[in-house]
Design a binder for this molecule. Structure first.
Ligand SMILES: Nc1ncnc2c1ncn2[C@@H]1O[C@H](COP(=O)(O)OP(=O)(O)OP(=O)(O)O)[C@@H](O)[C@H]1O
Ligand SMILES: [Mg+2]
Length: 241
C-alpha cells in the first residue's frame, strides 16, 4: 500500500524550475532513497512531501488523509536549552500528549542507544550522539513517514558507517517508511529497497532501481548497481548535456 503519492508535481521558484513532472508512489514501510546531482532539487522534493512547501502544480496525496511526517536535517537541530529527554519529548508536548510521555521518550532513548545520557544537554554530546538524539526526537513524534535529508553527510567515515548500521537496525525493528536523501551511492545502496535517480535541475525522475539485497554490506548485486548508478550520475553531471 502506498502512503504518499506524488502526481505530476512541479515546483518553480519564480522563473526557476526546480521539480518537473515528478510522479512517485512511496510504499508503506519501504526505505527509499533519492540521489541526484548537487542542487537538482532533492531538498525541495522532501519539503514538498513534508508539506513545508506546496507544489506549483500537480498534487501530493496522503493515503490516510493526514501528513504527519518527520524531518531529520543534515545538522541535528536540537534545542540547546533542553536535555536529551526533553528534546525527545518536545513533539509529544506539542501534540498535547501527557500520559505515557515518559515511557515513549524512554523507548526511543533506548532504541537509539542513549541510555545514561537522558539528562545531558546537547553541548555535552558527541556528534554521533546528537544525531541519535535528533533521530529519536523525530521518531518520538510517531510520524507516518520519516524524511531524512543527508543526515550523515557531516560525519567522518567510521561514524557514518556506524550510524547507517544503527538506522538499518532501527528500520528493521520499526519498519517505518523512510525517504532518504544522500550524495553517497554506497549509502543509498546499503540502506534502501528502492533508489530514485534524479536528473540535474529541474529534478525529474530518471530511473527507479530496485535493490535486491538492501542492508547487506557484502552484497554482490550492490557492486553492479553502483556501476550503473555512477554511469547515470556522471552523465547527469556532464556540463555538455
Ligand atoms: N525557497 C526557495 N526560493 C528560491 N529558490 C529556492 C528555494 N529553495 C530552493 N531553491 C532553489 O532550488 C534549487 C534546488 O535546491 P535544493 O535545495 O532543493 O537542491 P538539492 O538537490 O537539495 O541541493 P544539495 O545537493 O546542494 O543539497 C536551487 O537552485 C535553489 O537555489
Ligand atoms: Mg539539499
Amino acid at each position: 500500500m502506498e502512503i504518499v503519492t506524488l502526481e505530476h508535481v512541479n515546483k518553480e521558484f519564480g522563473k526557476l524550475k526546480v521539480v518537473e513532472d515528478f510522479s512517485l508512489e512511496i510504499m508503506d514501510g519501504e526505505f527509499i532513497s533519492l540521489i541526484g546531482p548537487s542542487g537538482c532539487g532533492k531538498t525541495t522534493v522532501l519539503r514538498l512531501i513534508a508539506g513545508l512547501d506546496s507544489p506549483s502544480s500537480g498534487r501530493i496525496i496522503y493515503n490516510d488523509g493526514e501528513s504527519r511526517i518527520g524531518f531529520v536535517f543534515q545538522e541535528p537541530a536540537l534545542f540547546p536549552w533542553r536535555s536529551v529527554k526533553k528534546n525527545i519529548e518536545f513533539p509529544l508536548e506539542i501534540r498535547g500528549i501527557k500520559d505515557g510521555r515518559d515511557g515513549i521518550s524512554r523507548r526511543y532513548i533506548d532504541l537509539v542507544g542513549l541510555n545514561g545520557f537522558e539528562n545531558a544537554y546537547p553541548h555535552q554530546l558527541s556528534g554521533g550522539m546528537k544525531h541519535r538524539a535528533s533521530l529519536a526526537r523525530a521518531l518520538a513524534a510517531e510520524p507516518r513517514a520519516l524524511l531524512m535529508d543527508e543526515p550523515f553527510a557531516a560525519l567522518d567515515a567510521l561514524l557514518r558507517e556506524q550510524m547507517q548500521d544503527e538506522l538499518a537496525r532501527i528500520w528493521e525493528k520499526e519498519k517505518k517508511t523512510i525517504v532518504f536523501v544522500t550524495h553517497s551511492v554506497e549509502e543509498a545502496l546499503y540502506l534502501s529497497d528502492r533508489i530514485v535517480l534524479l536528473t540535474k535541475r529541474p529534478s525529474r525522475i530518471k530511473r527507479i532501481l530496485k535493490n535486491p539485497e538492501p542492508r547487506n554490506r557484502d552484497s554482490m548485486a550492490a557492486i553492479e548497481l553502483k556501476k550503473e548508478i555512477m554511469v547515470e550520475l556522471r552523465r547527469e553531471m556532464d556540463v555538455r548535456n
